[in-house]
Write a protein that binds this ligand. Sequence first.
Ligand SMILES: NC(=O)c1ccc[n+]([C@@H]2O[C@H](COP(=O)([O-])OP(=O)(O)OC[C@H]3O[C@@H](n4cnc5c(N)ncnc54)[C@H](OP(=O)(O)O)[C@@H]3O)[C@@H](O)[C@H]2O)c1
Length: 327
Amino acid sequence: MTETYRAWRVEREGEPGFGALRELPLAPLRLAGGVLVQGAFAGVNFKDALSAAGRGKIVRTFPCTLGIEMVGTVEASDDPAFAPGDAVIVHGFGLAAERDGGFAEFLQAPADRVVKLPDGLSPIEAATIGVAGYTAALAIDAMQVNGWTPQAGPVAVNGATGGVASLGIDMLAGLGAEVHALTRQPDDGWLRSLGAAAVAAPLAVGERPLERAAWSGALDSLGGPALDALLRTMLPDGVVAAFGNASGNGLPTSVLPFILRGVRLIGINANSPLPLRRRIWPRLGADLRPRHAALVGQTLPMAELPRAFEALLEGRGRGRFVVDLRA
Ligand SMILES: NC(=O)c1ccc[n+]([C@@H]2O[C@H](COP(=O)([O-])OP(=O)(O)OC[C@H]3O[C@@H](n4cnc5c(N)ncnc54)[C@H](OP(=O)(O)O)[C@@H]3O)[C@@H](O)[C@H]2O)c1
């Protein structure tokens, strides 16, 4: 086995550029114990792009390997719960913030941060899902826990071409929901091919605190006025799952959707505890399994990571960039 491995690193806070590919010794990872994972694929997230550009104050420990997620196979484990060859996913829990992340040929992680891939998902499918698809699944699960059903009426998904949103559209349509994709992009058929029943421009915020009610559920990637627009247009007892701030951190709104229509606004945090991960990932291999992962994911080698970072920072990513860690 090799004595070194390649990883996409940032060396210090505020360094120019997007980081670089480095060769690192493998021995410290072996000595650290836990689970040693040989990387196969890793999805690229907006957070990674921010870190690569030295923004967001996400990386706390320098130098650091970027990448908040990784799919791979277990190379060695000192925990009997994992055996060499097991296909696993690791995401969040301080990856690419307090410890080295997943844009690497190898990753060391404590066993209680590793999740086995569910039956029914290949490594490339799992990486295309990654944190984005996990977030979409958490959001849909939370909507269901709060009474939403696919038969309750149309569902709105804003920022529709984004990673979370596009996978969410695929999953919601797979459940049988009527999905309305809201996007700034022209309709070239891609969102419909994922299962959207309709594609429309972002909602305009009207003058009235309550507008014509249209949605039984909604996935919000954007925050700000876009989330306000969803809240004003929810059907009675409608459920909005909010996980993103792509257009802002603020939320200018009124209490009227909540007190006159019983609208529920649910917050979603993908850096969730292990028991929740172990409940949601099997759903991603079963009833929430995206049917069009191959249309959502775009694979690239590690050396081309800057192309993905730029696209995400400029808001022109579509679906998911997935790094082939062996290329
Ligand atoms: N809470 C959590 O744990 C969690 C987990 C994952 C992601 N997130 C957050 O969720 C959001 C979506 O993540 P993602 O990975 O799907 O990001 P993404 O791939 O970059 O997609 C975001 C989408 O939002 C739209 N958009 C981007 N910038 C915008 C702007 N300035 N104004 C209006 N629309 C804009 C674009 O869609 P259109 O061009 O189609 O309109 C874009 O494709 C991000 O804010 C991310 O940080 C949170």
